[in-house]
Design a protein around this ligand. Structure first.
Ligand code: FAD
Length: 407
């Protein structure tokens, strides 16, 4: 790409990674970044800390400011893109403006799924994805919050509120963080949450909402707020009729160069279905390190380099109060568990090859990364995915041996 105009839809981690890569390469072309939110780039990962009061709102923004000032980057904030004309090379804004692009990068992320729970229309249920959502939760003087869902956002929010001394009930259909951790680790996480005052109600399939109440088969929960945290869906509705292919999970289908079905249009981050590392199947892997990596790969290909995405690798790291939990890769196949004081490591193999691992508990002796390197059977991709998770985080969740002090 020489002097063309790049338009990026979205101003999250994917967009910032792409712009950093472009500028680091020396490319000085014109960029327009469009975001439907009114804010500068901020880190959604830190929102639970903000809700807890552990950090000020200004701390959410620190990393984004490196893009400013750059006279050849124009920001359009607070305006949504409502359509893309891939024949005429333009994006349509909700205020009626059309913006021409030579190259387009779609990095619109995802939004909370709000399932059709009976009574939902009569209740002012909350979600947590954006700074506006976080402000809404933080600004309310909550007494008892019912959180529907037991994924990472639900758990992190529950911990943030409980640390403030507030009453929290987590309500889930099956186990805690079932897509990320094994049943044994999920059970331990549920126990730690309970020990720290978070009520965990699992196996709840039939629930209904009423103003001030969540009604389950077991009992009615008296609460002054309901937060729905049952997962996210890619923001791709505005691409109807654009010619860009959307996959079975609602994500933009991209190849290993982050190219969509339309020439000159790239997509990356939480809004895509990209190849899985092991299977090559188009998956959604809506985590920060993949967003950063995909944004980087898209930028390199926009520059005309032939950069290949190695494929999405499931991974997650979370502090359950003061107990760190980490999983990398695929938790299936043969499991081998090694105990250490206060926790355990499980290694998963398939046909003799290590394909995943998880750790729960503080590795006082060694720290996480040295432990990964100590296991000679772990393949490089697994180690690199774990290291990438720590390095790409806008705020290390728990860098080895360093933890937040208990409030
Ligand atoms: C509370 C919380 C905690 C999290 N914790 C972790 C964690 O611990 N580890 C981890 O790996 N991941 C975590 N995540 C997920 C991580 O934040 C995402 O994977 C990452 O932010 C994805 O970046 P993105 O740029 O693809 O999308 P987003 O950050 O969602 O950014 C999307 C951008 O697109 C804009 N946009 C959307 N639609 C339009 C439109 N139609 N027109 C214009 N602009 C539009 C939005 O305003 C936004 O600027 C967490 C997320 C949340 C909400």
């Amino acid at each position: 790409m020489s002097g063309e105009h790049l338009v990026i839809i979205g101003n999250g981690g994917t967009a910032v990674s792409a712009v950093r890569t472009l500028r680091a390469s020396g490319w000085r072309g014109e960029i327009t970044i469009i975001s439907r939110e009114p804010f500068a780039h901020y880190s959604p990962i830190l929102l639970p800390y903000y809700i807890e009061g552990r950090i000020e709102e200004s701390a959410l923004f620190h990393r984004g400011e490196v893009l400013v000032p750059d006279p050849r980057i124009q920001f359009i904030r607070g305006t949504a893109v409502i359509g893309v004309d891939t024949t005429g090379n333009s994006v349509m804004l909700e205020d009626g403006t059309d913006i021409h692009y030579d190259v387009l990068l779609i990095a619109t992320g995802a939004s909370p799924i709000v399932p059709a729970i009976p009574g939902h229309d009569n209740v002012d249920a909350l979600v947590l994805r954006t700074l506006a959502d976080a402000r809404r939760i933080r600004d309310r003087d909550l007494r008892h919050t019912a959180i529907i869902g037991t994924g990472p956002v639900a758990v992190e929010l529950g911990i943030a509120l409980a640390r403030q001394g507030k009453k929290v009930t987590l309500i889930g259909r099956s186990r805690v963080m079932r897509r990320i951790f094994s049943p044994a680790v999920a059970a331990r996480i549920a126990a730690i949450l309970t020990d720290n005052g978070v009520e965990v109600m699992l196996g709840q399939r039939d629930i209904a909402l009423e103003p001030g109440w969540v009604v389950t088969v077991e009992r009615a929960i008296d609460c002054d707020a309901v937060v729905i945290a049952t997962g996210v869906r890619p923001n791709t509705d505005f691409l109807v009729d654009s010619g860009i292919t959307i996959g079975d999970k609602g994500g933009i289908i991209v190849d290993s160069r982050m190219r969509t079905a339309v020439s000159g249009v790239y997509a990356a981050g939480d809004c895509v279905q990209a190849p899985d590392y092991l299977t090559g199947a188009p998956i959604i892997n809506a985590i920060w390190p993949e967003a950063v990596e995909q944004g980087r790969i898209a930028a390199l290909n926009i520059l005309g380099m032939d950069a290949v995405y190695r494929g999405g690798i499931p991974r997650n790291v979370i502090n359950i109060f003061d107990v760190p939990v980490l999983s990398v890769g695929y938790l299936s196949g043969d499991a081998k568990r090694e105990e250490f004081p206060g926790g355990w490591i499980t290694t998963y193999t398939h046909e003799g090859q290590v394909i995943g691992m998880e750790i729960i508990g503080e590795l006082h002796q060694h720290g996480y990364l040295p432990t990964l390197y100590k296991h000679a059977s772990y393949p490089d991709w697994l180690r690199e995915a774990a290291v990438g998770m720590f390095l790409s985080s806008p705020e290390p969740r728990y860098p080895p041996r360093v933890r937040y002090s208990r409030r």
